[in-house]
Design a protein around this ligand. Structure first.
Ligand SMILES: NC(=O)c1ccc[n+]([C@@H]2O[C@H](COP(=O)([O-])OP(=O)(O)OC[C@H]3O[C@@H](n4cnc5c(N)ncnc54)[C@H](OP(=O)(O)O)[C@@H]3O)[C@@H](O)[C@H]2O)c1
Length: 230
């Protein structure tokens, strides 16, 4: 049975990716730092007929990530798909010349280092897959092409750096498919209720990369199943 771990899967885009992969026959590991919310999301996926296991993981905490990899290996012997979805945009992330170092650090710790940290910790399990895939949920806010408009600078810089993590991992792991995805503007707690896309639409390219995309598609930035500029 194929396995997938999605971080930040208790709500928003992550939960929808987990739901869809569960419906496709994956054993999904619902990664969440909040145990109650993670268990609830896993139970909802199981109710729909998917195989879902809650996995406690705070991507900003090395100990939590290491413990999660240990816990995972008690349940499954390989990991086919890792979706680094957990992400934050902090209050006060308003203007590049004014944001505090603390906001920058905290945002990086989760959005950028978190994804690298989780990938490293699960690498031995990913290496046991016949076709390992790592999907980093990024944002067009991190695109350098076209310049910036000043919105959420710490968040955007963290996603630019996450895209750097993607290309570095793709180079270091030639048998893997490692890609960044922009889900578009999605109606979640982060995206807000006025966003243009549903969670189903936001999850689409991520689920496609996890399950159907060619294994040799790697080191790219994608939206709507198509490559976009960095
Ligand atoms: N929504 C959009 O329009 C949009 C656009 C572009 C990119 N994205 C990206 O898509 C991803 C998902 O966003 P979303 O819109 O679904 O946001 P969301 O509804 O705010 O959900 C974020 C998820 O990440 C989790 N998370 C945050 N920090 C964590 C940590 N340290 N460890 C583990 N989990 C953590 C949250 O858990 P808690 O419930 O415990 O807080 C929550 O499950 C993010 O990477 C985001 O940057 C979103």
């Amino acid at each position: 049975m194929k396995t997938a771990l999605i971080t930040g899967a208790n709500r928003g885009i992550g939960r929808e990716v987990a739901r869809q992969l569960g419906a496709k026959g994956f054993h999904v590991f619902v990664g969440a730092r909040n145990a109650k919310a993670g268990r609830k999301a896993a139970a909802e996926i199981a109710k729909e007929g998917g195989k879902a296991t809650f996995l406690e993981i705070d991507v900003s905490d090395n100990k939590s990530v290491t413990a999660a990899a240990r816990e995972f290996s008690k349940i499954a012997d390989h990991l086919d798909v890792l979706v680094n979805n957990a992400g934050i945009m902090l209050d006060g992330d308003d203007a590049v010349l004014k944001i505090s170092d603390d906001i920058l650090r905290e945002t990086f710790e989760t959005n950028t280092l978190g994804s690298l940290r989780v990938t490293r910790a699960f690498l031995p399990l990913l290496r046991k897959s016949e076709a390992p895939r790592v999907i980093n949920v990024s944002s067009s806010g991190g695109q350098l092409t076209g310049g910036a408009d000043g919105w959420a600078p710490a968040y955007c810089i963290s996603k630019t750096a996450l895209n750097g993590v993607t290309v570095q991992l793709a180079a270091a792991l030639p048998k893997f498919a490692v890609n960044s995805v922009c889900p578009g503007w999605v109606r979640t707690e982060m995206g807000g209720e006025n966003a243009s896309r549903s969670v189903e639409e936001g999850a689409d390219t991520i689920v496609w990369l996890a399950s159907e995309a060619p294994q040799d598609l790697t080191g790219k930035f994608l939206r709507d199943r198509k490559e976009i500029p960095w």
